[in-house]
Design a protein around this ligand. Structure first.
Ligand code: AMO
Length: 469
């Protein structure tokens, strides 16, 4: 009891001392931006600005208090800058305000530039005036600098703050390059970008993984892929691509599945799956080259060398891989799917890079995938998966372009063909031979930026347990 009273008394004395040393208007207050504007980003602070006055804006990413000297690191979108406040150099008011700043506070600092070898960029700011826009109310459960912080769920609960971390900044800068490079490559190859409906009437990739929604008085679904629309669009535009969301009601909790993901979907007329594998590997090469060119610092931040690749990628047929696996002791039969666990047992060193698995059993592929046409070979399809180690990055195929064949395949898979009337009817008007693929953007990011959990390759992941933030 006595101890409790002592502690309470010392807290009261401390706060009395603090309130005495801080006059009322010394207390750090939140202010409006008013007429203040940033004059320089952190990355723009260099020797040409020595002794000049600047205004920087950003967030406090760390603070060190040595009594008479305070070091504050301010982060903006391009990096960090050090602000140093010495009691002997600052007004009493400013030093007092600087003392009260907490990590994550958003603020502006007006100050002069001075060289400092130990500071980021070799310069630091001597503050003259401070404006706090939004004072951090709490200490965040993780630091901006941490590379391997606490559990992913705690981070995801405060995702916008988590995204200030250097590692994630780098991942999403790389992702932006991947998106731009994909658009650039496909546009140059004569593809046009399209946007297809995301509220749809029928499943495309098998019924199990659908999200049903209310569509006025009818049932509808969130699109599992733009598959049928991109195929139809080859009738009008020949070469199309779409970068958009796909929705999969995945019941499993894995590090490689999301309920909402972004796919890079491509469809091309008058070609088959061999041409499309060639296009896909050139797309991957262009994306990797762009990342190496534009994101050197980000890759260094992630401590990762992007894979060096050579074209063409190795191709292994499903049947050959199966044989290898069986020889290695796997109990697996022709027609079984190749799970990531099974794939990890492949003896081949080459499996550590990109490679194709081709010619899958027709029974394992969706109804639109074209079986081989040589007599007796229909149980094998003109299809492929692009793999990176044991991770599937993309799948694609030649598609069926004749209505009667498509109807037959749908019936074999037990689909209600009437529900697909809207799709089947266009096949009466000259559907060209065509082929295409879909790349999972987040899966590709896992390969390019060595991300272990797919949730870190997307800003706000959706999975069976998470619908917020
Ligand atoms: P598939 O169903 O294989 O094929 O999907 C294509 C690619 O999308 C990614 N992907 C996923 N990524 C994260 N979480 C998921 N739940 C998820 N599901 C799929 C994978 C996968 O390789 N219409 C065909 C493509 C085509 O033939 O054009 C399709 O959707 O990287």
């Amino acid at each position: 009891m006595l101890r409790v009273i002592k502690v309470k008394l010392s807290v009261a004395i401390k706060s009395l001392k603090l309130s005495r040393s801080l006059e009322l208007n010394d207390v750090l207050q939140e202010e409006e931006i008013g007429r203040w504007r940033r004059t320089h980003y952190s990355s723009e602070i260099n020797s040409s600005l020595e002794d000049r006055e600047v205004i920087i804006m950003g967030w406090v990413s760390s603070k060190r208090d040595h009594g008479n000297i305070l070091f504050i690191i301010v982060r903006d979108r391009y990096g960090e800058v050090q602000v140093i406040a010495k009691k002997s150099e600052c007004s009493k008011l400013l030093f007092g305000q600087m003392q009260q700043i907490k990590e994550h506070t958003s603020l502006a600092i007006r100050g002069t530039i001075r060289p400092q070898d130990k500071a980021p960029n070799g310069f630091e700011i001597i503050p003259l005036e401070l404006k706090a826009f939004s004072i951090a109310r709490k200490a965040a459960p993780f630091m901006t600098q941490n590379k391997t912080p606490i559990g992913i769920d705690t981070r995801l609960d405060l995702r916008a703050i988590d995204l200030r971390r250097n590692v994630l900044q780098s991942i999403f800068h790389i992702r932006y390059t991947v998106l731009n490079a994909s658009r650039e490559f496909l546009s140059r190859q004569g593809f046009i970008e399209v946007n297809t409906p995301k509220m749809i009437a029928t499943a495309t990739e098998g019924g199990a993984a659908l999200f049903p929604i209310f569509y006025y008085d009818r049932e509808a679904f969130l699109a599992q892929s733009p598959q049928l629309y991109k195929e139809q669009l080859t009738m009008a535009f020949e070469n199309v691509f779409e970068i958009g969301p796909i929705f999969r009601a995945e019941p499993s909790r894995t590090n490689r599945h999301l309920s909402e993901s972004i796919s890079i979907d491509v469809e091309k007329a008058f070609v088959d799956y061999n041409d499309i594998m060639n296009l896909l590997e050139r797309l991957i090469l262009h994306v990797l080259d762009s990342v190496k060119e534009k994101n050197q610092n980000d890759l260094a931040n992630l401590d990762f060398q992007s894979p060096n690749i050579e074209l063409p990628f190795p191709k292994y047929s499903y049947s050959d891989l199966l044989e290898q696996l069986q020889e290695g002791g796997e109990r697996i039969a022709w027609g079984d799917d190749l799970s990531p666990q099974t794939m990890r047992n492949l003896p081949d060193e080459r499996m550590n890079g990109f490679y194709f698995i081709t010619d899958w059993p027709t029974s394992l592929k969706p109804f639109y995938v074209k079986p081989k046409t040589a007599p007796g070979s229909e149980r094998v399809s003109e299809s492929f998966d692009l793999m990176y180690g044991s991770l599937e990055i993309s799948s694609g195929s030649t598609r069926i372009n004749r209505k009667d064949e498509l109807l037959e395949r749908m019936k074999k898979q037990g689909l209600n063909t009437q529900a697909f009337d809207y799709h089947l009817k266009v096949f009466d008007y000259g559907m060209p031979p065509h082929a295409g693929f879909g790349v999972g953007l987040e899966r590709l990011m896992m390969a390019i930026a060595k991300i272990d959990n797919i949730r870190d390759a997307i800003l706000y992941p959706r999975d069976i347990d998470r619908l917020t933030p």
